[in-house]
Write a protein of this length. Structure first.
Length: 395
């Protein structure tokens, strides 16, 4: 994390509502996050345990961009992605920088990209820089996302991105975002993590940084909805306008929607930040796992889980579909299948509050969205098991 200072407006949000899971696949991903898996990779990334990339055992003593451990870490990260079945690439920039990227192609909309990211370089600039919290914690969460999502199909493409040279001014992520703009890429959301493992006062509070850039506020709302819907119920403070001291800001500058998921850096900062003492022993693994669950759940919801092409259920189940999604002005609906006898549709905001209700049947099965503020909502069909869908309302 590259630290700058600015004005922060924080709004505390605690998940006070417990809603049924929107999608079983998302719930399974959230539940499957393993603290042991996070720690296993962090031990290697921070130099506690050696790695072997084909040249014998070596320690990643520092991931600072000026140290040889940076390139060693990049090679090991590619090896980890490959071991999970991905085909990683190193996006080179400048004289020595390299973003490490892996993609899981979407089945229905491969051109729409949802990015889950962290930066793998660290500070300080000397030969010893474990960078366990900043940002080994985020890197290991991205690897955990890749591990868990490898066997799940999604409508949209997921990019697992590990940025280089963040500490020198967000250089790697800025290079990626600029190239994406030049190629007219459709980046629908960025969920960036930077320092997600330290909780010195034990209150469990995390922060989400967002700004009214593109659909950033809607992405933040999706995270809040995941928090309440999938049983996390974590205390969350929203910083709006959010700070620009991490890689999410590169996407704001490029006009893309993005959020930052981070520990309570405002009021409970890690005292080992940017020192050789930023070690794994000072991280709260339960807290770290919870922030990982939130980021993975949010990414999964935005990527939209689906079944692989050609797989069909043997028994008809209730079907509830909304299109287009994101929507503007109105949205078409379809409810069908066994047990599909809904009487009412409810539109709920991120806090679980019903903001509009429609009686069924509707004329032409179309929901009018006039007067609905832009954001992320839950649409539920009453009386139909699992008949709930996330809906993004665009301005």
């Amino acid at each position: 994390m590259e630290l700058r200072f600015g004005t922060v407006a924080a709004c505390l949000f605690a998940g006070a509502f417990s809603l049924p899971a929107q999608h079983p696949a998302v719930q399974q991903l959230v539940n499957a996050v393993s603290a042991d898996s996070l720690v296993w990779r962090a031990q290697r990334l921070t130099g506690e345990v050696p790695v072997n990339i084909g040249q014998g055992d070596q320690l990643i003593a520092s991931r600072n961009s000026s140290q040889p451990g940076n390139a060693l870490a990049a090679a090991w990260l590619q090896q980890e992605f490959s071991r999970m079945g991905y085909a990683p690439t190193a996006q080179s920039f400048g004289s020595s920088g390299a973003n490490i990227l892996a993609e899981k192609q979407g089945l229905l909309h491969p051109e729409r990209k949802v990015i889950i990211s962290a930066h793998y370089d660290d500070m300080p600039g000397g030969p010893v820089a474990p960078g366990a919290d900043d940002d080994g914690s985020g890197v290991c969460a991205v690897l955990e996302a890749a591990r868990l999502m490898a066997g799940q199909a999604f409508e949209n493409t997921i990019v697992f991105a590990l940025w280089d040279q963040e500490e020198q001014g967000l250089i790697g992520s800025a290079y990626y975002a600029s190239a994406a703009v030049g190629n007219d890429e459709q980046i629908t959301a960025v969920v960036n993590m930077d320092a997600i493992g330290y909780d010195g006062n034990g209150d469990g509070l995390l922060r989400i940084h967002a700004r009214p850039v593109a659909n950033s506020i809607a992405i933040k709302d999706s995270a809040l909805l995941v928090n309440s819907t999938y049983g996390l119920d974590l205390p969350i403070a929203v910083n709006n306008p959010g700070e620009t001291y991490s890689d999410h800001a590169s996407f704001w500058s490029a006009g893309y929607g993005a959020i930052l998921v981070i520990e309570d850096f405002d009021d409970d900062p890690n005292p080992h930040y940017h020192t050789p003492n930023d070690e794994l022993q000072y991280l709260d693994t339960a807290y770290w796992a919870n922030l990982t669950r939130l980021a993975i759940g949010t990414t999964a919801v935005l990527a939209i889980p689906t079944e692989p092409v050609g797989i069909r259920e043997t028994k008809a189940q209730p079907v509830f579909q909304l299109w287009p999604n994101p929507a503007h002005g109105s949205v078409e609906i379809h409810i069908g299948g066994e047990g599909a006898r809904a009487d009412e549709l409810l539109l709920m905001d991120a806090t679980g509050r019903t903001v509009r209700a429609w009686s069924l049947p509707l004329a032409a099965q179309r929901l009018p969205l006039d007067g609905i503020s832009p954001g992320t909502y839950l649409v539920r069909a009453t009386g139909v098991p699992h008949a709930a869908q996330r809906l993004v309302v665009m301005p």
